[in-house]
Design a protein around this ligand. Structure first.
Ligand code: DC
Length: 221
């Protein structure tokens, strides 16, 4: 674990982390938040909860109006559901996330969280570009589709699940295409984001790189 205590922020610190699925941004975001003692919001959970609630209610995920209503009624309790983590919920999330009304309904919640008294770490797809263009530190965490599919496959195999690498790779590429190709808030690095390619790095090395970006920012201000 890299040395972190000297970096504990004395003023609010807002860190935006974006990137494609399975690049390691969630792991990094959690480590940064724990190490820097900042609140953490996994914004993917918002979209996952909307997708799941729509599926359970038998609603059509392509129905922008219905999805927007579900998004407007979302509560913090919905984020505590235990069925939001898997691949299926990720797929549902990516589909409802294309609707501008859904995205608009979630902006205020995310910005309020980000601008709390201590600052925060948020991860997602549009944090540095749309939700918090004013973030102090912006990271774009990525890796090749093959590496991400391999990691996901290994995670599932470790859980004893029967999985096919090629099928996961196809899923990863399809999700990238949907998240990057949508008209509203597509996945892309902010102009001022620092890109971290995790293809050949372990979690500690990724954390060390991110901490050096935070340190540089703290020294520069
Ligand atoms: O980060 P995740 O895998 O939990 O995200 C699931 C989907 O939700 C992702 O494929 C696209 C969508 N999403 C988004 O559009 N914007 C965000 N800030 C977070 C997630």
């Amino acid at each position: 674990m890299p040395e972190i205590s000297g970096l504990l922020p004395k003023k609010p610190l807002l860190i935006a982390i974006d990137g494609p699925a399975a690049a390691g941004k969630g792991t990094l975001a959690q480590s940064l938040a724990a190490g820097l003692d900042l609140p953490y919001l996994d914004t993917g959970l918002l979209y996952r909860a909307i997708g799941k609630l729509m599926q359970i209610a038998g609603l059509d995920l392509d129905d922008a109006r219905a999805a927007t209503v579900v998004a407007q009624r979302l509560t913090p309790d919905d984020l505590r559901r235990t069925d939001l983590r898997g691949r299926e919920a990720g797929e549902l999330a990516s589909r409802v996330a294309i609707h501008p009304g859904v995205r608009a309904a979630l902006v205020a919640f995310q910005r309020d969280f980000a601008h709390g008294p201590r600052g925060a770490v948020l991860d997602g797809r549009d944090i540095g570009t749309v939700i918090c263009p004013d973030a102090d530190v912006k990271l774009y965490v990525t890796a090749s589709p093959e590496v991400r599919a391999r990691r996901r496959t290994d995670e599932l195999l470790a859980k004893g699940r029967a999985v096919d690498y090629e099928a996961i790779l196809t899923e990863v590429k399809a999700r990238d295409e949907r998240d990057s190709g949508r008209a509203e808030a597509p996945l892309r690095p902010a102009d001022d984001a620092v890109v971290i390619d995790t293809s050949a790095l372990g979690p500690d090395e990724v954390l060390a790189k991110a901490l050096s970006v935070v340190e540089n920012w703290q020294q520069a201000r």
